[in-house]
Ligand binder design. Sequence first.
Ligand code: SF4
Length: 353
Amino acid sequence: MAGGGKLFGLAATALKSNFTSLQKPYKLNFCMTYLCQSRCMICSIWQMKPQGELTIDEIRSFTKKNNSFRWVNLTGGEPFLRSDIVEVARAFVENCKDLYVVTTPTNSLCDLKMVERKIRDILELGVPRYIMTVSLDGHRELHDKLRGIPGNFDKAMENYKMMLGIKKDYPNFDAVFGYTMSRLNLGQFEQTFQSVKKFFPDIEYTDFHINLAQTSSMYYKNGAQSVSPIGEEASMEISQMYSKRKRLLDPMHLIEDAFMRKLITFAKSGKPPMKSRGLDASLYLDSWGNVYPSIMWDKKIGNIRDVDYDLANLWHTPIAEEVRKEIMDGKEPVEWTACEAHQSLVGNLVQML
Ligand code: SF4
């Protein structure tokens, strides 16, 4: 199926999820590795020394048995610390025939020549869309402080420049900056944007994605920290940024636009705008094969290693049904992150519009 057909397939599945439960999830958030060389103040993943993560053979088995994914977020840790990232992407592209989009964040701390080679290799696999997010939480001084790495801001600029070069060769590739708003950088977005503009005069607000810092004991390992910027100030800051964004007709942009609109109200009230589609449209798979309804919810429903890598063996167990009931009853943890919100939006179209 060509890119247009796969986009249509993704849209049709998302539409269907408005009216009925899906038999199989179409969106996967997969943490390829918890390895990370950053030193972020809002996340403790970097303190882990992960061992026994899923091997490439296990990932291949998983993708062969679970090939319904149309949208895969290959995240980390730092994804490019996984030396076989191209093979991981290949497993999804080759086995998930309807795959439309792959997304990957990066902290810009790996060797950029290696990163460029691997991005180009992934694009050569023929995925219809590949979107990279370059993490950037502030202007030079602030970003380096929040990330605990001197020079990280300049590396991020270098990385983005490299990605603009790739974009010229591959129209299906895109790169945006990912800004995580927390209590520690509240009120600093505009200054950050202007500092990037000095490097890239054509940069637009549309080239930035904003997430709010949130807590997750099993993912960010920051359960005890209070990093959330929820409140009037955060809401205003996002609203100002949103008003400067271009309106584009691209489907991924339209979803991002809707995410931002809801983020403004979420930032103010702290109340999720709609129910999650976890364990229906999507799931979170950690680096050891544990399956959760979402990145934020420490409610493990099983491990793919225990069920021959076949999600079907976990999807309708009593614990999975219990989680779905909790979602219906509004008992899931408060969250509104892009990883989870995008499928909630397209699965709740009436509320999205
Ligand atoms: S936020 Fe990202 S870059 Fe920072 S420690 Fe966590 S995984 Fe690493």
